[in-house]
Write a protein that binds this ligand. Sequence first.
Ligand SMILES: O=P(O)(O)OC[C@H]1O[C@H](O[C@H]2O[C@H](CO)[C@@H](O)[C@H](O)[C@H]2O)[C@H](O)[C@@H](O)[C@@H]1O
Length: 257
Amino acid sequence: MAGTSFALPPPPRSPDLGPISDAALFLDFDGTLVEIAPRPDAVQVQPGLPRLLQRIAAGLNGALAIVSGRPLRDLDHFLPVPIAMAGDHGATLRPVPGQPPESPDLPHAPAAWRDRAATLVERFPGTLIEDKEHGFVVHYRLAPAAGPVAKALLDELLAEAGPNGGGFTLLEARMAWEVRPRGASKGTAVRDLMARAPFAGRRPVFIGDDVTDEEGMAVAREHGGLGLRLQDAFGEPEALREWLARCVPAAETEAPA
Ligand SMILES: O=P(O)(O)OC[C@H]1O[C@H](O[C@H]2O[C@H](CO)[C@@H](O)[C@H](O)[C@H]2O)[C@H](O)[C@@H](O)[C@@H]1O
């Protein structure tokens, strides 16, 4: 519903932005909506958060999307509410809740790469591999010494595959290295969603904490919107959740009946 008078309040650390009207809100998950945890399966979602997001989405006529590196199955587990989602760093889109996800035609990482990464996990207890639809992540939060070794191994695998890494790139995440297919990113996800209702015609506001969010922020800015780094505009995830809670009364006032 472009043209609505509903406005998000200014972020606490960026008051100069003033109220943000006609927003389409794009939110990262890990490190942004929830605090970083020792392992991917250990994140704690505040009990009221899913419903809060659903209420804000309703106030924005559906123009709220989670844009995450996580697969949709994780997002559905942690946020079991009908809101738009983009998972796997933009490789999987579900713009309409309840509809089947959409995936561009992307390559799948060779099984041999995953096997080589598994040898690393044997050498460095505490490391773990997280499988994604197209690639995988080597996490080393619980074994920091493994970080440079994992990077060297994954760099080598991609280099052996040719100049464009066999269609893959190595993404630096928080205490993790992710083998991800080229051609999808949080930027492509935001661009795709901004071409569709109910996002089209609104002002994109992307909020994230990590280097993996920068492409999403850049596309939001290209569309005349805001790319907000959590640490700069809000501080910690808790401050973002407090801000989201403050969005709700206005959202419900302005939501269509
Ligand atoms: O795009 P995001 O929603 O921020 O997801 C990025 C990656 O987040 C997860 O890993 C990170 O969070 C874990 C839980 O706090 C933490 O243990 C790990 O060290 C972080 O790298 C997730 O596991 C990945 O799949 C996401 O791509």
